[in-house]
Design a protein. Structure first.
Length: 144
């Protein structure tokens, strides 16, 4: 069976960031996840650089508190197997870069059915992420 490839963006609601999340400066905290649907492979990023042309899609993540202040720190993109025993870190970016937008090409490792694409965050200082004030737009590539 041949799989069809397509690109799509996931937002904060689809990643499950629907309520405020407390984060601590000394630890990574999962702030979102996508469970891979049945008969699908899914990976972070979309597009690539081909013949000198950049076809990669832009990833944008802006995390804010309840007052609308930006929360600085590091965001980690990872693939987690369904038993949550194996994690592959795909990328790690500072929020300052993600706020402007970072090109995220298709990652070669794909998550299988029931595995997860997760977002983890480690802030520079303790904070509470406001779901209603924050924006997540992450490009992905799916194979069905």
């Amino acid at each position: 069976m041949a799989y069809q490839k397509f690109q799509r963006y996931y937002n904060e609601d689809e990643f499950g960031l629907t309520s405020d999340v407390d984060v601590n400066a000394d630890e990574w905290k999962r702030i979102g996840e996508i469970i891979v649907p049945a008969q699908t492979y899914l990976t972070f990023g979309a597009g690539s650089i081909s013949n000198g042309v950049d076809y990669r899609r832009t990833c944008k993540i802006v995390l804010k508190d309840g007052s609308g202040n930006l929360i600085s720190g590091k965001v980690r993109f990872a693939i987690l197997n369904n038993a949550e025993t194996r994690k592959i870190v795909v990328a790690e970016e500072r929020t300052e870069s993600l706020e402007q937008g970072v090109k995220l090409g298709e990652y070669p490792v794909k998550a299988q059915e029931d595995s997860k694409l997760i977002l983890e965050f480690k802030p520079d200082a303790n904070a509470t992420i406001s779901a209603s004030n924050s924006t997540i737009l992450v490009p992905t590539t799916a194979y069905q």
